[in-house]
Every structure is written in C-alpha cells, then in structure tokens.
Ligand binder design. Structure first.
Ligand code: SAM
Length: 512
C-alpha cells in the first residue's frame, strides 16, 4: 500500500525514527477483525461456550472478540439474530469507556452506521429501566443503515434523527447526560483496512475536518447538561483533529475538564507537546488523560479518545428551555400494559409516515387484532408505550416534545401493521423478543441447513422425515411462529399444511 508522503513525514516527526519504523511495519500488516457481542442477548460465558468459530477476547473491552481472517461471521445465523456486531477492536473502545446509568439520556451525534450506537443502546438497556438514546446522522443514506443496525441489534429506547448538529442543539439544549461524538475524520487509522481512504487523504482535508470537528464539539457542548459527560473520538492520528481540537475546546469552556479514562496497559497517553494552542500549563497537562490507540502497540487499527465532564452547577435537574425535565421524566415513567393507553397522538413515526396519515390514508386495521396476536402468540411486550398511527403499531420510549420538530427516521420499534382483519408483525418486532417472552417459538439448531435456506428467503417443508428431525427443528404451530436460531429470534414464519412460509423481508435476507 502506498501511503501519502506528507502523512508519512508528519508521522515520522511525531513518533521519532524508532517508533516510526514499527508504526510503518504495522501499517503493512493485516487488519484486526473483531466482533462485539450483544449483552441484551448473550453473556460472554455463553458465547465462548457456543461460538461457531474460534474467538479470543479483546482484553480491554467488555464484550469484544477477535476472530480469524478466514471466518465470515456475517453469514452465520447469529448475525441475523443480532447476537454480535462486526467492529474492529479499537473502534469498540469509545462506547466501552462511556459509562451509561439507568434512565440516562444519551446522544450519539455522528452515529452511522451504528457501531457505537448499538453498543450504547445495549448499555442503556442493561443499565435498567427507561432512558433514551438519540442516534443522529447527518447523511440520510447513512441514517438508514444506522436504523437497520439498531433494529438488528434489538434496540428499543431509541430515536434515529437525520439532522445537522446545530439543529439538534436547538431542539435539545442542556438535555443529555452522556454524549458521544465519534467525529468525521481523515481516517488515518483506516488506511490498512480501506486503502481508498489513504488515496483520498490530504493535508487540506485534515485542516478542513479539524474545523468541522471543532464546530460539532461546540454543538455537543450546547446539548450537554451540567454534570454530564462527553466522549470525543476519532480514528485518525493527526494532532490537529485530536489534541489541538480538545485544547481549543478547553480554552473556550472553563467549565469543561478532561477526566481519566479506565486504563489499559496498551493505551498511550494524549500528547500535550503536540499542541500549539495557548493554554495554562495545568490545563494543558490534562491532555495526558486522552487515550491514543496505536496499531503498532495494540491489536487495533487506531483511535483517539477524550472523555470530558461539564461542571455541575446544580441546574442539571431542571432543564431550561426543555419540556423534558429529568426529575419528572424519571419519576413519572410508567409501563402501560400492552393494548392499553394506545393513543393516536404524537411521535412514533418518521415525518413521511405522519404526513401520509394526515392526508387520510385508508384505515383497515382494528387494534383488537393486535391484542389478539399478542394473546395467541403468548407475547409479553417489553417496557414502553404502545401507540397506533394509521395502520402501524409502535412501541415507544418516553419522548420529549422537541424531538417532534426534527427530521427523524424512527422512534422506538415498529411492531407491525394492522391489515384487514389481522395484525402483520414487523421483522424488527421479532428481534426484540426471546424464547422467554414469546410462546409460539420454532427453534432450529444454528447449523441446520433448513435454517440457512429460511434466512436466504426459502420456505421449509415439515414432512416428518428423519432428516428433518436430525436438523433439530422443533414442531411449528399453525399460523405465526417466531423462528429461532438456537435460542435467538431471526424472524417470522407462517405455518400451514406442512410448510413454513418465509416472512423475512427481502432486504433482510442473507444469501450464503
Ligand atoms: N460512530 C459511527 C460508528 O461507530 O459506526 C461512525 C461515525 S463516522 C466516524 C462519522 C459520521 O459523521 C459519518 O457517518 C458522517 O456521515 C458524519 N458526518 C459527516 N459530516 C458531519 C457533520 N458536519 N456533522 C455531523 N456529522 C457529520
């Protein structure tokens, strides 16, 4: 791989001759392949006992694993079940080091395609009841990929917005307990995985992106509540996009301090000596609290992390200019039973969908059909508010009024559609359920060929042959079945007369 001359010269100056040589060797090595398991679905112990290919732990990340080059985890049914997300190990670090508490309001400001958002969504759910993840992405096409990945992971308390950071900041002043800014960057840590990123690199691009990042940090500041934490990360090495930006941010905001990040022996410290911005010595020195992940020191492609806290001036409990005050939101949260408290009021849908409904789309559906479906399938819904908009049924988190003025793709989970005389469950509904919360489950062993064919869009015949029984599938019930790979839902099937029809949407199918 040919790396840009100006990049190499700068790296040599930054690292010195000896370290530069080992950096160069790492750049020509193989990229590290990683996956992060979904703690909403599986424990480390269970995954290690049942992993379908060899894995070893990423030693500094809670749920991270490294797998061999010749394995394709995206083709295994566990991928279709959202049991893991593919992500190289250093990219797992920011989400791992941002602590999430029960009921937190969390923002992932530059979130697509969702590597870190899926991690934060899982942490929020595992932390306890409630809370909200706003996952924002400025590019519409990338926001769609973000939504899909959150759905695949079985996330629930989320809002996917497609906004500019300044518009988001106007809607959510001093709102979030935790903010992740995984900023767009020159991607110097991506060079060995994606050589085209190296081709597109230039010094001018570094300078331009540094300005964009600094502006995004400013919008993040406006949304961070007093006492809240903001984690800034990039996958690049240039000081301009990293320490320089943080130094500038600290200089402009005396109420922001860098706080230590949970250490690991392979991490390198941030470098105050690479900063040109004037800053009091004591504050400049705190840049050592930043983390640099270098590919020649660790099994990762490279990342920069800065964890910061906004001083708590006591105003954080009541958010001025926001109708979503922390206290009342947490104490008033109720978990209405499914089927009750259904209101065709606000939220739950993206802009386009709500416009359609306003224009008076024909309604066939009867909410009773949804309740009947839940009863017949013996489904226990997770926490959330049920809302019916037009023909669609949603499971919603608590949502602040401000969100409704934004462009958003989805709030919460679309459970399905009310059709004439029946309820038709959505694919993502399957992904938030489990063997424990749904009675009508049809379990295949993960290695069953019939399951692979089902995931690719095929039907399954149940003719009672020996081969079928050896395949490990259970017995389907007439009508809807939640199809499982092992104990993990992968989608819906509908059974009649010995045939299980495939209800996995075309775009979700996996061709082997
Ligand atoms: N956090 C993501 C993940 O883990 O999958 C990766 C985010 S990527 C490094 C940065 C994202 O910022 C891109 O999706 C890009 O579209 C978005 N972006 C680009 N320009 C932006 C801007 N001016 N403001 C906000 N986001 C921007």
């Amino acid at each position: 791989m040919k790396l840009p001359e100006a990049f190499l010269n700068r790296m040599k100056t930054m690292l010195g001759d000896e370290e530069y040589e080992s950096f160069l060797r790492a750049c020509s090595g193989n990229p590290v392949r990683g996956l992060r398991i979904n703690p909403m679905k599986i424990t480390r112990e269970e995954f290690e006992a049942s992993a379908p290919f060899p894995v070893r732990r990423v030693p500094w990340v809670e749920n991270g694993y490294i797998y061999p080059e010749d394995v394709r985890p995206s083709l295994h049914p566990y991928y279709s079940a959202g049991v893991y997300y593919l992500q190289e190990p250093s990219a797992m670090t920011p989400g791992d080091r941002l602590d999430i508490g029960p009921g937190d309001t969390v923002l992932d400001l530059c979130a697509a395609p969702g590597g870190k958002a899926t991690q934060l969504a899982a942490k929020l759910l595992c932390a306890g009841e409630g809370g909200l993840l706003v996952a924002n992405e400025i590019s519409n096409a990338r926001a769609k990929a973000l939504l899909r990945n959150l759905e695949l992971f079985g996330a629930r308390n989320f809002l996917v917005t497609n906004e500019r950071p300044d518009r988001l900041a106007a809607a959510f002043p001093l709102f979030f307990d935790k903010i992740l800014i995984d900023a767009p960057c020159s991607g110097e840590g991506m060079f060995r995985r994606q050589p085209d990123v190296a081709d597109a690199w230039s010094e001018e691009k570094v300078r331009k992106l540094a300005r964009v990042q600094r502006q995004i940090l400013e919008e993040g500041y406006r949304m961070l509540r007093p006492g809240g934490q903001l984690l800034y990360s990039t996958c690049t090495f240039s000081p301009a996009e990293n320490e320089e930006n943080i130094a500038d941010f600290l200089a402009d905001h005396p109420d922001i301090t860098l706080i230590p990040i949970r250490p690991y022996e392979g991490f390198a410290e941030g470098r105050p000596d690479w900063v040109t911005r004037d800053l009091p010595e004591s504050r400049l020195a705190t840049l050592r609290r930043c983390i640099r992940i270098w590919p020649h020191r660790m099994e990762g492609e490279g990342h920069f992390l800065a964890l910061m806290k906004k001083e708590d001036d006591g105003s954080g409990e009541r958010v001025e200019g926001s109708e979503f005050p922390r206290r009342s939101r947490k104490s008033e949260r109720k978990n209405p039973p499914a089927g009750r408290n259904e209101r065709a009021s606000r939220g739950g849908v993206g802009r386009k969908e709500s416009r359609r409904t306003r224009q008076g789309e024909k309604k066939n559906g009867n909410p009773e059909d949804f309740r009947t479906f839940l009863d017949e399938m013996e489904i226990r819904l997770p926490e959330g508010r049920i809302e019916i908009r037009g023909e669609r049924v949603y499971l919603l988190p608590d949502l602040p009024e401000e969100a409704l003025h934004l462009n958003f793709l989805r709030c919460g989970v679309c459970l399905g559609e009310l059709k004439k005389n029946r309820f038709e469950p959505a694919h993502q509904f399957a992904l938030i359920l489990s063997r424990e919360t749904c009675g009508a489950c049809l379990e295949f062993s993960p290695g069953d060929r019939a399951l692979a064919s089902f995931l690719a869009g095929g039907t399954v015949r149940f003719d009672g042959t020996e081969a079928q029984r050896q395949g490990g599938a259970g017995a389907p019930v007439p009508g809807w079945n939640l199809v499982l790979a092992g104990r993990f839902p992968v989608g819906w099937g509908k059974y009649a007369d010995g045939v299980l029809k495939n209800k996995i949407p075309q775009s979700w199918r996996i061709e082997p």
